[in-house]
Design a protein. Sequence first.
Length: 249
Amino acid sequence: QWYQRRVTITAGGPDPERNWFQSRYVAAIQCFLVLATTVASWAISLYNGHVKLWPIPMISQCGVGVPEKYVFSIGLVVAASVMFLFVWIVETSGKIYASKVTAWVLGFPCSIGLMLLAICNCEEEPTIHYIGAIMYFVCFALWCIVCSFKEIPLVGAQADKWVQIRRILAVIIAVFTFTMLFLFLVVKDKVAAGRIPVCEWGACICSELFIGTFYFDLGDDYYIEQVKVDKWSRKHTYKRLSNDEEDDV
C-alpha cells in the first residue's frame, strides 16, 4: 500500500525502507515532463519545417508530424500518469483546500484530458483531441482556483507566500484559458492571428509554474511511504493521510 506522510526528520534521518521518495519530486517530474515535452516537440517541428516561428503554433500542431509526434505523445502520456499521483499528493498534503469531490471532479479529469490529447493528435482524431484539450485546460484552471481560494484549514496558511503565489498563478491560468476558449469557440478567431496560441502557451507555462511551487512548498517533510499491511487483520480505523499522524502500527 502507498501513502503520503509528513515525516519529522531526526538525527538518524527518515527510515529509508519506508520513507524512500520525497513527494516534492513528483511535482518536479510532472513539471519537467510537460515543459520539456512541449518545448522539444516545438523545436523538432520548427527544425523540420512543420511549423513556423511566427505566428506561434498551437501546442497541438507540434505533435502532428514525424518524428515530433512520438516525443509529444510519449512525453505527455507519462506526464498525465504522473499527474494522477501529483493530484493525490497535493490533495492529501494539507497545503491547499482538499476535497475528494474536487479531486474527482476537477483534478483527475484534467489528467485524463492530458492523456487524451497526447494519444490523439489534432489531425488524425481532432474531436477526441479537442475534447481532451478542453478537459485538461478547463478542469486544471478550475482546480487551481478552487484549491487556491477555498478556505485553507491550516493555521497561518493565508499568510504563506506559496499560497499567495499560487493564487496569482491561478488567476492568470484562468484568464489565459477562458480567453483562449472565448476566441476559439465564440469569436472564431483564426489560429494564424497568434492570439489563441499565445493564450494556450501562457496557460500551459503558468500551469506548470503552479505545479512547480509544490516542489518548494512540500520541502523535505513529505514522503511517499510504502507500507505492508496484513489485509486480513487491517483495522477499519487505519489511515495515513493526515499531516501529523503518528505511526500506530
